[in-house]
Design a protein. Structure first.
Ligand code: KG4
Ligand code: ZN
Length: 335
């Protein structure tokens, strides 16, 4: 069965076709560059852009795959969490398409899709696993005991890791989205140049906090005045190191506390080179197995939605015309 996955929860219109045994048949993303002008995603513009690009991307992904729409066996769509207007465009389209073709439609939790993006390389998830989901809107640790069973064991108290990258990039005048820009700028910098705080280090539990770091970077930038390219590189490298250290320390400690052997990264920030390298090294020295999604499937994509939908559809689920959107909430277990 060929499944269509639709991702419109934020600012990327991404559609993909996936089939069990074949994997990803095609994945196509229209990035909304217009938000760069505003230094962040403008929700109303995002929904309107989805309206414009969804149908052309749908036609293009079918053409790329050489698949006719009548060959589709089911549709999956991110129905939350995300921006309500953006979600409504994708969900409205998914339901109409499913109704027109007489096939089932399932709502996919965007974060569960990020978790399962780890399977797009061809290897099924190993259980029990601990998944660090780090994106523009989320920083969460999920204990996945078995397929479809999720327990939230750590969360951010304030900003998400991706949000921290984006805000630090803005302070340094590096553009949007900030994560890749900070990583690039940091390549020429010294991560020990500025000793930024490692939040929550001395507190119990496995929650994260990044607002203190953001404030520390702002104060540091204001105190220095005009920044040379060297300063920018050093601050970017030092701030990135503070984020990476906090994520890696908490994740490894959490895996050890819960006796979980397999550690996974997921979400846009999982594309960060130093995070991948540092997590891999920390897992190796703690005797944990380390995994991360292929780079192309870290940021939002239709493939992860299609993969998750295929799993849900295989349980016989069909959300039908009642499928609705939601703006927040953790992954709910379904098995
Ligand atoms: O998962 P995603 O595409 O969207 C959400 O669900 O939020 O994540 C987007 C986030 C942005 O904050 C972006 O700055 C960050 O992922 N990001 C990165 C990198 N690539 C994307 N952060 C750090 N390093 C990167 N290489
Ligand atoms: Zn995402």
């Amino acid at each position: 069965m060929i499944v269509l996955g639709i991702e419109t929860s934020c600012d990327d219109t991404s559609l993909a076709l996936y089939a069990r045994g074949r994997g990803v048949i095609a994945n196509l993303t229209a990035r909304q560059v217009i938000h760069e002008e505003y230094g962040g995603v403008v929700p109303e513009i995002a929904s309107r852009q989805h309206m414009r690009t969804l149908l052309p991307v749908f036609d293009a992904v079918l053409e790329k795959a050489g698949v006719d729409r009548t060959e589709l066996g089911g549709v999956g769509v991110s129905n939350g969490p995300g921006l309500v207007g953006s979600l409504l465009v994708g969900v409205g389209f998914a339901k109409s398409l499913a109704m027109g073709l007489g096939i089932p439609v399932v709502g996919v939790h965007h974060i569960e899709a990020h978790v399962l993006s780890n399977e797009l390389g061809g290897e099924p998830l190993r259980y029990p696993s601990l998944v660090l989901v780090v994106s523009g809107g989320h920083t969460a640790l999920y204990h996945v005991e078995h397929m479809g069973h999720y327990t939230l064991v750590g969360n951010t108290r304030d900003d998400a890791a991706g949000e921290a990258f984006d805000k630090i990039a803005k302070l340094l005048g590096l553009g949007f989205p900030g994560g890749p820009a900070v990583q690039r700028a940091a390549e020429d910098g010294d991560p020990r140049a500025v000793d930024f705080p490692r939040a929550m280090r001395d507190r119990g539990g496995f929650d994260f906090s990044f607002s203190g770091l953001k404030t520390a970077v702002r104060q540091h930038v204001e105190a220095r005045g005009a920044l040379s390219p060297r300063d920018v590189a050093d601050i970017a490298a030092s701030a990135q190191a503070a984020i990476v250290d906090a994520l890696v320390e908490r994740t490894v400690a959490c895996a050890q506390a819960h006796a979980i052997g397999h550690v996974y990264l997921a979400g846009g920030v999982a594309a960060n080179g130093p995070l991948r390298a540092s997590m891999e090294a920390a897992c190796a020295s703690a005797g944990l197995s380390y995994h991360a999604p292929l780079l192309e499937y870290c940021t939002d994509n239709g493939a992860m939605v299609a993969r998750t939908a295929e799993l849900l559809l295989s349980t016989g689920r069909d959300d039908g015309a009642c499928l609705d959107v939601f703006t927040r909430g953790a992954i709910e277990s379904w098995a």
